[in-house]
Write a protein that binds this ligand. Sequence first.
Ligand code: SF4
Length: 232
Amino acid sequence: RTLAELDAALVDCRACPRLVAWREQVAETRRASYADWTYWGRPVPGFGPPTASLLVIGLAPAAHGGNRTGRMFTGDRSGDVLYAALHDLGLASQPDAVSRDDGLALRGVRVTAPVHCAPPANKPTPEERDTCRSWLVQELELLRPHLRAAVILGAFGWGAALPAFEAAGWEVPRPRPAFAHGASLTLPAADGGPPLEVFGCFHVSQRNTFTGRLTPGMLRDVLGTAARAAGL
Ligand code: SF4
């Protein structure tokens, strides 16, 4: 099937009972400052063209961000930081992401997450991570003809994505390399096709960006290196 068909199937997924309950409860109660919003309250698909050569992999949608707007990293501080950096690099048509119909378009980049539903306290369980992996594997298989590089934001995404890369046809070293900001790996394709260049970056969460652990310059450096590796 096509990526659009995969995304359409994903939004109906109800495989994780705890996350289904949470995403719907958040959508019903809302946050006072978003009282006028109709929250999405469903799985949030990846965002960006099916011909993307660079994939950015986060953690999971935020309760009042992606879970509200229905688009990855849209409507929260993490997204503000990420899309501003992509815009600086010429990979996003605008620096802000406020709603699904705000006109934002990505060039050569897709943004996704290993867990597609908002988890309580931004912490999916290992079981939820493993249940959602099949969606990431299918997304990777569909992107694979064009995909040349990936940036993984944070240790959770790193741990979730490496097995997915392997399942989608790239060779991952054993023992699996540990996450670090600035880590980079070249994953050969098992079928002799083009390799995948993988880069680790601290997550764009407020916990990292407010404290200066991840500065806009650090993020731009990793994304820029990955974009060059992806031919962008
Ligand atoms: Fe389905 Fe993934 Fe959401 Fe679980 S986290 S319900 S597997 S979309």
